[in-house]
Ligand binder design. Structure first.
Ligand SMILES: Cc1cc2nc3c(=O)[nH]c(=O)nc-3n(C[C@H](O)[C@H](O)[C@H](O)COP(=O)(O)OP(=O)(O)OC[C@H]3O[C@@H](n4cnc5c(N)ncnc54)[C@H](O)[C@@H]3O)c2cc1C
Length: 387
């Protein structure tokens, strides 16, 4: 029976990840992000704890849990001011898809590396396709024992800290629909013919973004994950964990921001009372807290639905709804916390404004607010497709 009580295992996981996050803290995270560093030590420590692979099958060294556990830990880390975008890319989407659709040989080779703390990037976005995945034009052409990849991917996070990239490419055309038939490939991050150019972005996170050019990149045929031409169906399955992790990072940052704001509002007095006594400060914080808890509930529901193989309609609807709700709630918490701090809200010392770029990004990616609304209007409400 579903319960709202946190299990002992969940609490232990959350506490263990939170204590690593607290050991490093937001100052460390922000400094690494500001100076172009990474947070490898932090990542390695949570990997050694078993957290980054908690959702993977025990047979491959994972924890045997689900996305619910991964999301809880991701939130706990973000709530300490250390939100890692690669958790949703490497752990949620790449590892999940390899575990689900890879052969035993692929699982045996790739999953232990991820369990050990190595990382993977995920490349679906293209300059000319954007939100319309059907327009992907990077091609993978079979040539004997290899595929040859040609095309470009943009805004791909963390390529510099990954050993491989899970790439979505077109391997054919569906004659009925005229749309591309997509497939998934694991490409070595340093493969010959793969060129990467850094894209500067105004977001303070350790992950860097890259424009990738595939110029006849040779990929062994046994690096195809799952079935040729079934990539879109596989990606759609992997996107739910990615969205759930995005949601948990947003709620984690929301918790972090509200904790700081509540502390500040209790301490700061510019008239004769703490500013938290003014309803103009207290009510927005209370509103943000309610929105945050609602988003956390939806995120838990989405994770539960994914892990329990719930009706695909329920699971497919819950994950984007959670992602939408959490991005809005997280941003609202952060903005309210900044307002509560007055001018100090913009100071590096208070560790709030630097997180705005990440949350603002999570309103756009991995799926934009508008595309979630399109989906809900069409799939949940039965309204006509608008585009
Ligand atoms: C920092 C950063 C990291 C990223 N990391 C990765 C990564 O690791 N891997 C990866 O593959 N991608 C990554 N991305 C790309 C990201 O997923 C895309 O930017 C996002 O999916 C939106 O696509 P787009 O930028 O092409 O926007 P577009 O598709 O061009 O959309 C532009 C705007 O139009 C709206 N829009 C588009 N179509 C419709 C419609 N039919 N109805 C209503 N509104 C619509 C969108 O919601 C958006 O607001 C990253 C992006 C950034 C900025």
């Amino acid at each position: 029976m579903a319960t709202f009580e946190e299990s002992v295992e969940h609490r232990m996981l959350r506490d263990a990840v939170a204590s690593v996050g607290a050991e490093y803290g937001h100052e460390y995270f922000a400094e690494q992000a500001r100076t172009g560093g990474n947070t490898d030590e932090l990542w390695q420590q949570i990997a050694d704890l078993g957290f980054t692979s908690v959702h993977l099958p025990e047979a491959w060294g994972g924890g045997g849990g689900g996305v619910a556990e991964l999301a809880r830990g991701g939130e706990a880390l973000a709530a300490q001011g250390c939100p890692r975008l690669l958790l949703l890319v490497s752990a949620a989407i790449c590892a999940e898809m390899i575990a689900e659709f890879g052969t035993d040989a692929q699982r045996g080779e790739l999953l232990p590396r991820l369990v050990a703390g190595e990382k993977m990037a995920f490349a679906i976005t293209e300059p000319d396709a954007g939100s319309n995945t059907h327009r992907i034009s990077t091609t993978a052409t079979r040539d004997g024992d290899v595929y040859r990849l040609r095309g470009a991917k943009t805004y791909i996070s963390g390529v510099d800290e990954s050993f491989g990239i899970l790439v979505v490419a077109r391997t054919g055309i569906d004659e009925d629909t005229g749309r591309g038939r997509l497939s998934l490939f694991v490409v070595d991050a340093d493969a010959p013919g793969l060129d990467r150019t850094r894209i500067p972005v105004e977001i303070r996170i350790p992950e860097k973004q890259f424009l990738l050019h595939f110029d006849d990149v040779e990929v062994a045929a046994d690096r195809l994950i799952g079935e040729e031409g079934e990539g879109l169906r596989q990606v759609f399955r992997g996107l739910n964990p990615e969205r759930i992790l995005s949601a948990s990072i947003c709620t984690g940052v929301g918790r972090y921001a509200l904790d700081r704001a509540a502390r500040y509002a209790n301490e700061r007095a510019v008239w004769d009372v703490p500013i938290g006594k003014h309803q103009g400060i207290a009510h927005p914080l209370a509103t943000a807290k309610i929105e945050l808890e609602l988003a956390r509930l939806m995120t838990q529901k989405a994770a539960w639905a994914h892990d329990h193989g719930a009706d695909p309609v329920v699971a497919g609807e819950a994950a984007p709804m959670a992602k939408y709700a959490a991005a809005e709630a997280g941003l609202h918490c952060l903005d309210t916390a900044i307002q509560t701090h007055g001018g100090n809200g913009m100071a590096s010392e208070y560790g709030l404004a630097d997180l705005w770029g990440l949350l603002r990004l999570l309103r756009i990616a991995p799926v934009s607010r508008e595309m979630v609304l399109n989906f809900v209007a069409q799939q949940s409400l039965g309204l006509p497709k608008s585009y």
